[in-house]
Design a binder for this molecule. Structure first.
Ligand SMILES: Cc1cc2nc3c(=O)[nH]c(=O)nc-3n(C[C@H](O)[C@H](O)[C@H](O)COP(=O)(O)OP(=O)(O)OC[C@H]3O[C@@H](n4cnc5c(N)ncnc54)[C@H](O)[C@@H]3O)c2cc1C
Length: 415
């Protein structure tokens, strides 16, 4: 009788499915017999994949340089280096291509299935699960995991029979139950906090301008404890305040500190692509010389939308019907200061609709990143968002799920 290895995957999300399928592929290649089961708390699988990327699923990012890729993780960048050398974005693209899904890169590097539908990814996974006879166990809430005399791990559920497994992967995302399981087995959970959010800002400078975007601004966030964070890139004015890639990056890098500050702080914005005060001063003087007879409301730096310029004049009570020749020195200084260092008060946060993750989770020092196995509890593995790893927006969070899920699969099968 051949010994059949049992692998239990807890969580039917991105990391759980990718790991289960990768384990089945690895076992097939090695000619091993495995019983792989995905235990999912709810009735539905892959719910986040379904809604991801606004329903299009931003699968990964078009960057095949591992070192550069890993710089996009505020937490986990160092630890992911070795796993990504084994399975990175390029491997993801090839994996999906082999499974019949063609991924296409957009100008900003985000990669989506060419159908632009997350259903393509879900269908691909469900087809593979069927092909490899992986058992799907919906409505199975794992309540406890216990070590046993047989050296297997025993999974207990709410209302179902126990299951003995040779290897267990916890891939429960940011669900509290998953953290409780990890904690019960001796793991530390690093402080959790939302990441990837936009800032609530009420200021006359940006009021009524929702939809306006700036391709190149520099941002400096100062928190009440004087801690500072900087970022550069595009921002978008929303009903609420500010969003866009640079704001989301800032929110990710400052996730924990902003939570501790109750999402209050000061955002200093340079709307002129980071140009220094002297440079903008010269630019304004040049405009004054060349347009002395023109009205202030009609002549403004070319990188600014007119509506923004009018808001700026209004905020500082500067008459737009004045000619440039008549602008006072004080007004010139005020305009220059507002362009290079607008000070805006942040009064809260708002979730970004296309992607949302939590930072925090199972402490990375307790994981062997060569295998994704726990250093505390043998036969126990972790993958995906349950780890204290999170990426900025752009496909990096799914790549973490694919990479860590794949790596855990290799070791669960061959250990
Ligand atoms: C709206 C939105 C859009 C997003 N878009 C993108 C995107 O386009 N690109 C990107 O890279 N990232 C995106 N993300 C982030 C990405 O979805 C997550 O990083 C990723 O899903 C994490 O995968 P996971 O498998 O670790 O966790 P999840 O996908 O959250 O899966 C965990 C699963 O475990 C189950 N579970 C929990 N507890 C138990 C238990 N005790 N027993 C059994 N099962 C349990 C849950 O029901 C769930 O099905 C988005 C997130 C959101 C919320």
């Amino acid at each position: 009788m051949s010994l059949r290895k049992t692998i239990a995957i807890i969580g039917g999300g991105a990391a759980g499915f990718f790991s289960a399928i990768s384990a089945a592929q690895e076992a097939k290649e090695k000619g091993l017999s495995v019983d792989i089961r995905i235990f999912e708390a709810t009735e539905d699988y892959l719910q986040k994949v379904k809604i991801s990327g606004g329903g299009r699923c931003n699968v990964t990012h078009h960057c095949y340089d591992v070192k550069m890729f890993c710089q996009n993780y505020p937490r986990g960048s160092r630890e992911l280096l070795s796993p990504m050398h084994k399975f990175q974005a390029q491997d993801t693209v090839e994996w999906f291509e082999k499974a019949g899904v063609h991924l296409v890169a957009e100008a900003d590097g985000r990669m989506f299935p060419d159908t632009n539908s997350s259903a393509t990814i879900i269908d691909c996974f469900l087809h593979a699960v069927d092909k490899f006879q992986i058992k799907l166990m919906p409505n199975h809430v794992v309540k406890t995991i216990a070590t046993s005399a047989s050296s297997q791990l025993k999974l207990s559920f709410r209302g179902q029979e126990d299951f003995m497994a040779d290897a267990v992967l916890i891939a429960t995302g940011s669900a509290p139950g998953g953290y409780r399981l990890a904690d019960s087995l001796g793991h530390t959970i690093a402080e959790r906090a939302p990441s990837l959010f936009s800032f609530k800002i009420e200021d006359p400078l940006i009021s009524e301008l929702q939809g306006l975007s700036f391709s190149d601004v520099t941002l400096k966030l100062t928190l009440p404890d004087k801690k500072g964070f900087k970022q550069k890139g595009a921002v978008l004015i929303t009903h609420w305040g500010l969003s866009g890639p640079a704001i989301l990056k800032l929110s990710a890098w400052a996730a924990r500190e902003m939570k501790r500050a109750d999402y209050r702080g000061t955002l200093t914005v340079n709307w002129m692509g980071g140009k220094k005060t002297g440079v903008v001063e010269n630019q304004l003087n040049q405009m004054k010389m060349e347009n002395s007879k023109n009205y202030l409301k009609n002549i403004y730096p070319e990188n600014l939308p007119k509506r923004f310029w009018l808001n700026l004049l209004k905020k500082y009570s500067i008459d737009g019907d004045k000619q440039w020749a008549n602008i006072s020195k004080k007004e010139g200084v005020t305009i220059c200061q507002a362009l290079v260092a607008s000070s805006l008060n942040i009064s809260g946060q708002n979730r970004f609709k296309d992607e949302f993750v939590e930072c925090g989770g199972v402490s990375l020092t307790e994981i062997d990143f060569k295998t994704m196995q726990s250093k505390i509890c043998p036969r126990l593995y972790f993958a995906g968002e349950i780890l204290d790893v999170d990426g900025i927006t752009g496909g990096f969070n799914f790549q973490n799920a694919w990479t860590t899920g794949w790596l855990a699969a290799q070791h669960m099968v061959s250990r």
